[in-house]
Design a protein around this ligand. Sequence first.
Ligand code: G6P
Length: 491
Amino acid sequence: RNLLRNELPDAEVLVVSNREPYIHNLEDGQVALQRPASGLVTALEPIMRACGGTWIAHGSGSADRMTVDGDDRLAVPPEAPAYTLRRLWLSDEEQEGYYYGLANEGLWPLCHIAFVRPTFRASDWEQYVAVNQKFANALVAEARTRNPVVLVQDYHFALLPRMVREKLPEATIITFWHIPWPNAEVFSICPWKEEILSGLLGSSILGFHTQFHCLNFLETVDRFLECQIDREHSTVRAGDNTTLVRPYPISIEWPPAALAAQAPVDECRKSVRLKYGLAADALLAVGVERFDYTKGIADRFRAVESLLEVHPECIGRLTMLQVAAPTRSQLAVYRDTQTEAEAVAEAVNARFGTDDWAPIILVPKHHEPEAVFTLFRAADLCLVSSLHDGMNLVAKEFVAARDDEDGVLVLSTFAGASRELLEALIVNPYDIRAMGDAIHAGLSMPLDQRRERMRLMREMVGENNIYFWAGRMLLDAARMRKRQHIERQIA
Ligand code: G6P
């Protein structure tokens, strides 16, 4: 907040994302508030709580276009309003083409190496263009100033930066791509690669999680677009706009709001073991994700199986508790991901389970942040074995939840978080045996080593928290605005 005031005085902040930070659902005739499972929301919501402004999002999960007193604007968070949520509504056709089609059957598998073939349909592209324009128009209508700071989120809105730039040439547009950016060869599969690149290059700043993704992006632009690339300053000039392309590794709020109401770790350990019918001294590994094929959930169950094979002394003692929120279930590949994971869990349980113990408990349900934090605090180990992930904030949340400085993190080398959480046990999720061994090593690790690793990881996330992430981008934006101001004076 201070940074915004000092560096960007009077700046109006507008966010645009597909996913909304608060979903109102109708459950048994009652309105129930849900906070969606989304890394983007986890990261951005505390920033908006701190600096205020307007967040424009698709009223996706919200039942029946629910409005408050007929207004699509809502002051949130409900318990202590700090910013405005402006919902836009999409028709089934728009949602089908823009969200399920182009974004999630096209760009998502294109950018994640999980060996799921991207599908590109011209009809989806048309909806994607139209929905980007719809959000751009809404944003421009919402803006009260000619030079707002616009924070564009993710692969749903690759075209929007240029659309906004055309209407608000003086806006500072900061676009953040929350997923990996593939190499140029892979990106060339996309039939609308030039349009997407040119859309993104309407931004003032384009952020990725890692330097590797930035380099991939620059290489892609170099191959497919008429533009000038200044590698020294990491900028791209396309048309009359210059974009700074930089890594800003995303993070979480520190300390996280969900930690405030948590019981001491001992109590969390007891209550979770009781809830799931586990022995008081049971070893507990947890996994928390959306049921997405990029998360490698079935393979992690196979790793537990391998562990039990190699270390039979863990039979009857270790339980892997996996909670997984169903996601994008309209797409067959997502339903299949869940079916496969359920089948593997069943097979492992049938092979090793006994009357009063199952090695894997799978709860395919959305959990609110407080419940997730209780699981983290109850666990001996957290397993994040994504096949590919931009950052993965679950890993950082686990670390944040452990103010007792205990607990082991097993983390995929293909998650961006592995570049920062160096004291995790880093694994290759395709190597099932090695992953099983790493879980075993984690569960056998002496307390002083667990503490040392956890302390270092907590230091890292505490320092490089979400305010630091936003602060770095806003400082870059502020410098840019000052320079533009000087240039205008000279002209
Ligand atoms: C990833 C994406 C986000 C998205 C989240 C949940 O983290 O980068 O943009 O919100 O997944 O997916 P969903 O499709 O449910 O919003």
